[in-house]
Ligand binder design. Structure first.
Ligand SMILES: [Zn+2]
Length: 182
């Protein structure tokens, strides 16, 4: 048994083996469960599902960012801590991260995002025609918005599910405008 703390020690088991962290209950499930859900939603609803999946991530990332603010204090340092926490929870590591203070643009790259790996596991012989890390992109935008107090949009420019070498996310201040993910 590996005794390393999960999620930087923010998570613990309560009675009946419930996993709790930040005063919320958490559940462990495989990457493939999520890819199955997104496949079916996209089959059923078409491109509109992609934006909705992004919004699931966005509202979750925003809420998580607000919950961790008392621990990390906001700003880009909080965003980095949020990303490190996601890594510690097994959601994927970031091997590149750049923040432009003038434009507030954030660029991040990950070689092992959970959504891309779930896609490869479920569809080992296919490459996706679009970036699959929809929820991760939304979570990143929500986390950035909660940390930086400005609206963010995130676009996944490269994705391992498409056959790219890495997943690459570009986060930019969005004003009130929301882009459409096609
Ligand atoms: Zn990806």
């Amino acid at each position: 048994m590996n005794e390393q703390l999960i999620g930087q020690g923010f998570f613990h088991l309560e009675k009946d083996d419930e996993i709790w962290g930040f005063d919320r209950r958490w559940t462990v499930f495989s990457n493939v469960v999520w890819v199955n859900i997104t496949d079916r939603l996209i089959d059923l609803l078409g491109p509109v599902a992609k934006r909705q999946i992004y919004e699931v991530g966005f509202s979750s990332g925003l809420l998580a960012g607000q919950k961790i603010r008392p621990h990390f204090g906001g700003g880009f340092e909080q965003f980095k801590s949020h990303v490190n926490l996601s890594h510690a929870m097994g959601w994927g590591s970031y091997t590149f991260m750049e923040y432009n203070e003038e434009s507030s643009e954030i660029v991040m790259e990950s070689p092992n995002m959970w959504e891309a790996e779930g896609y490869r596991e479920l569809h080992p012989k296919e490459t996706s025609s679009f970036p699959r890390c929809l929820m991760s992109a939304g979570i990143a935008a929500g986390a950035a918005q909660a940390a930086m107090d400005i609206s963010y949009e995130c676009e996944e420019e490269l994705c391992i599910s498409k056959g790219d070498r890495t997943c690459r996310f570009i986060l930019n201040p969005s004003g009130d405008a929301k882009k459409v993910i096609r």
